[in-house]
Ligand binder design. Structure first.
Ligand SMILES: NC(=O)c1ccc[n+]([C@@H]2O[C@H](COP(=O)([O-])OP(=O)(O)OC[C@H]3O[C@@H](n4cnc5c(N)ncnc54)[C@H](OP(=O)(O)O)[C@@H]3O)[C@@H](O)[C@H]2O)c1
Length: 382
């Protein structure tokens, strides 16, 4: 509070940031379950500032996050604040505009993170302001070190959705595991397991966020991976990605990547990363938002050469091999000036291993890929 009893602007801004962390955490829990719609989180605070409801976008055809939260809040929302990770929509798709619902609930303030780049759905902020509500946008997009646990909205499921709107293609994350000296197998080609059980569980669970997982023919032949998303008990998670083998070689009839006839296997019979990524929309029957490239070294090199690695997830084990295959093949780097440089966005110790998330160095720090607010167009979200 300032001397005259009013909240200082920086305190109010900090409060909005911490409230946004609540909405972002709720969305994070449902990552991958609402496509083609963005996974949005919302939180409603009553006029005294107490948290009274949280909502997340329901699967397609269901309610938007704002409506879920306002249904739960009931009459207590009047005079309060709604905090949303994406600007409330202003158009009628399968559901009515969220702006109308917010105005009808009698809220006093609306705080949101990302502006909606969709020209058909945008305009929500203007409509709400015209109705007399106080509106603040651009809140909590990137991490704020002063708010513990607030990773920033772009680090959650809205990051890939916005990336797709801006670039018209999915965001590609290359994930690998290696020794401290960058090797993915020992000299005799043995590689299981370089990282520990906690790192392996971490990666299996995160697979369910993705639309598709891609590995090269070499990895299919060497490791026979199943590429399923599993929880920490090893049980299959509800959302499973499309499992893709990329390359011209045949995939053996009994290969585990084929699964059990669940329709989630695809052979991308090409060596062209651009063609492979382009083919995914048709295979999935909707815009692909996020692809996980799980290797191996030659395929990762090809994607880097093609400029198609937007994020890296590296699991680095505290072990040295000294010989054996490198985690990365030819990435087109002949001299140090051509090195593929990345910026570290996030680091965590997972079990006994180091986990790091990287973005290309030329992107804005904290931007989670190449998303620049306020640009790009895309078909309307339903
Ligand atoms: N540590 C890790 O994180 C990790 C992850 C995955 C794999 N691995 C290890 O990697 C080893 C396999 O290495 P790898 O390099 O053979 O695997 P890979 O990169 O998965 O497969 C290479 C194959 O992919 C196909 N391919 C498709 N497009 C390509 C392109 N543009 N450039 C090159 N190849 C392309 C080619 O097969 P076609 O002839 O069929 O076209 C090629 O032979 C295994 O030992 C595995 O354990 C490690």
């Amino acid at each position: 509070m300032s001397a005259d009893g009013a909240a200082r602007p920086e305190d109010a801004a900090r409060l909005d940031e911490s409230r946004m962390a609540v909405a972002a955490a709720a969305a994070h829990e449902r990552w991958g379950t609402t496509r083609p719609n963005p996974t949005v989180g919302a939180a409603v605070f009553d006029a005294t500032g107490e948290l009274i409801a949280v909502g997340v976008t329901e699967p397609p055809g269901g309610r938007h996050a704002e409506v879920v939260a306002l249904d739960a809040a009931g009459d207590r929302a009047a005079g309060g604040t709604i905090v949303v990770t994406l600007e409330p929509c202003n158009h009628t798709g399968r559901t009515g505009p969220c702006t109308a619902r917010i105005i009808a609930a009698g809220l006093a303030r609306v705080v949101f993170a990302a502006h909606d780049p969709n020209p058909l759905a945008s305009g929500g902020a203007e409509r709400l302001a015209a109705a007399g509500l106080e509106v603040r946008g651009g809140v909590g997009l990137t991490p704020d070190a002063a708010i513990p646990g607030a990773a920033g909205v772009l680090a959650g499921p809205l990051g890939p959705w916005l990336f797709r709107q801006q670039h018209g293609r999915p965001r590609v994350t290359w994930k690998y595991a290696a020794s401290m000296d960058g090797r993915s197998a020992a000299a005799d080609r043995t590689s299981q397991w370089i990282t520990g059980p906690a790192a392996r569980a971490h990666t299996l669970e995160r697979r369910s966020r993705y639309d598709a997982i891609v590995v090269g023919s070499g990895t299919v032949a060497a490791d026979d991976p199943s590429l399923t998303a599993r929880d920490t008990d090893g049980e299959r998670l509800e959302h499973q990605p499309l499992r893709c083998a990329m390359g011209e070689s045949e995939v053996q009839p009994g290969a585990r990547i084929r699964g059990d006839g669940d329709g989630l296997f695809a052979h991308l019979r090409t060596r062209d990363p651009v063609a492979a990524i382009r083919s995914l929309d048709e295979r999935l029957g909707r815009p692909t938002e996020e692809v996980l490239l799980e290797g191996g070294p030659r395929l990762a090199g090809a994607f880097l050469r093609a400029g198609l690695v937007d994020r890296v997830e590296a699991y680095i084990a505290p072990v040295f091999l000294g010989a054996g295959s490198s985690a990365l093949g030819d990435a087109g780097v002949g001299t140090i000036d051509d090195a593929r440089r990345f910026t570290i966005e996030y680091v965590e110790v997972v079990g006994t291993d180091l986990f790091a998330e990287l973005v290309p160095a030329e992107t804005l720090p904290g931007s989670q890929g190449k998303y620049l607010p306020g640009s790009g167009a895309h078909p309307p979200a339903e």
